[in-house]
Design a protein around this ligand. Structure first.
Ligand SMILES: Nc1ncnc2c1ncn2[C@@H]1O[C@H](COP(=O)(O)OP(=O)(O)OP(=O)(O)O)[C@@H](O)[C@H]1O
Length: 430
């Protein structure tokens, strides 16, 4: 066995072209995965979490060769996967198996489940039919079904049972890595726990590594040794699962965690995003991609405000720029249509005046533009008058010890602590 990690992903990039016209001219790119790196050791479980659209499935499909990466490198057992061909490629396809969210996608409705479980053996040249059947029956039992289920068809099983069958099918070729893409999301809560327990058991029994993809932090916390948090194609935080979820460093992880009350109902230091709109991965924000939504976005040197006031000002800017204004101030509002700049200030929890004169004038002008129904102009005014270092500087990953790292300017030693306006380690709900 080599010293290389089982899986080493470096600067992986998978962009999808956006094309136009019958010549299919490329007019842009969806940056679904945009430079992620991680290692997975033998027998380890790594969770890849993030909201829908953050690039988790694209990352998994790139590793499996279902999608072709546009950049970076993926090494499996020390060998770049694009260098594999012939026997080495066949071995890779055996050693890495996929379990998908909906087991119906993995099972042919007209094939008895025993045959479905045994099918990968056939594909990999295992000719002895009787032996194939015996192995499949053994696996059906090991995933909690019965050898006698061998001749039954998928429709005779519940969703949870079908997922057990697809896990048996993945295991039959004795893989080193299972990529599990939302394997329990389609199941109801009780069955989900059973299938997770099964996955945990077989991982130990078969000593198989698992790349576990999920938007469900609770599930990842129960199952994974380590976690990598993805946002808009990038990994923004990583580390041992317990440590990351107990005390997340990245505001995005804090926001994600705050949407899962069961993770720690006593912890009130929760963040809410400034805006709900997730930007398009074809046009990600500059600097830190989370900055337009980040409740801990950093104020520039030039603006010195109490923290809560700065947060309201930043929320004002980014909400106006997304164009999704609260109904009270949105263009086309009911009533007689006329509102004052003061109403705009009130709606956004902005004080009547802020201590910084230039900023106060910016807010006035933007509020007046909104009162006139000119949201775009207000956005332009705020973009120029309410800058943040988070939009102009791309954060590097900063090591936080114990195998943790975070990609956030709040942890960059060169950023002035005054700008962060708290101790830099967490969001407060103060
Ligand atoms: N074949 C494709 N062509 C163009 N864009 C794509 C393609 N597949 C995915 N995308 C886009 O890439 C981005 C990342 O999608 P991906 O499915 O990898 O995210 P995800 O985190 O797995 O989300 P989900 O949980 O919803 O599947 C999304 O904006 C998605 O619309």
């Amino acid at each position: 066995m080599s010293d290389d990690p089982l899986l080493a992903v470096r600067d992986l990039e998978t962009h999808y072209p956006i094309t136009k016209g019958w010549l299919r001219r490329e007019v842009g790119r969806v940056r679904a995965v945009d430079g992620i790196s991680f290692d997975l050791a033998r027998g380890e479980t790594l969770g890849l979490v993030g909201e829908s659209g953050s690039g988790k499935t694209t990352a998994a499909h790139s590793i499996l060769g279902i999608e072709t990466p546009t950049g970076g490198e993926i090494r499996f057992d020390g060998t770049p996967i694009e260098e594999r061909s012939g026997e080495s490629l066949r071995a890779f396809r055996r050693r890495v198996q996929l379990v998908v969210q909906d087991p119906n996608d993995a099972l042919n409705p007209r094939m008895p489940v025993g045959e479905a479980v045994a099918e990968p053996l056939t594909v990999h040249g295992f000719d002895d039919a009787e032996r194939r059947r015996a192995i499949a029956e053994d696996l059906l039992e090991r995933v909690g079904l019965s050898a006698a289920d061998h001749g039954r068809y998928p429709h005779e099983f519940s969703g949870g049972e079908k997922q057990r069958i697809s896990i048996a099918r993945a295991l039959i070729v004795n893989p080193d890595l299972i990529v599990a893409d939302e394997p329990t999301s389609a199941l109801d809560a009780r069955v989900r726990a059973d299938v997770l327990d099964l996955l945990a058991d077989i991982r130990r029994e078969f000593d198989v590594a698992v790349l576990f993809i999920s938007h469900d932090l609770d599930v990842v916390r129960r199952f994974c040794d380590r976690v990598a948090v993805m946002y808009l194609g990038e990994i923004v935080e990583r580390g041992p699962t317990d440590a990351v979820f107990r005390d997340p460093d990245h505001p995005y992880t804090q926001v994600l965690r705050s949407s899962v009350p069961s993770l720690d109902p006593t912890d009130r230091r929760l963040g809410r995003p400034l805006t709900e709109t997730v930007p398009e991965p074809s046009d990600p924000p500059s600097g830190c991609r989370f900055h337009p939504r980040c409740p801990a976005v950093i104020s520039p040197d030039s603006i010195d405000l109490p923290r809560e006031t700065w947060r309201s000002v930043a929320a004002f800017r980014f909400t106006v720029q997304t164009g999704e204004l609260p109904p009270a101030v949105a263009p086309g509002r009911d009533a007689d249509g006329s509102i004052s700049a003061d109403t705009v200030r009130e709606t956004f929890d902005l004080p009547d005046a802020v201590s910084d004169d230039t900023l106060d004038e910016t807010i006035d002008r933007a509020a007046a533009a909104i009162a006139d129904g000119n949201v775009e102009q207000a956005g332009t005014i705020l973009e120029a008058g309410v800058p943040t270092p988070c939009e102009s500087t791309t954060p590097e990953a900063v090591s936080r010890g114990d195998g943790r790292s975070v990609q956030c300017l709040r942890f960059d030693p060169s950023v002035d602590a005054d700008q962060i306006a708290d101790d830099g380690s967490r969001l407060g709900d103060d």
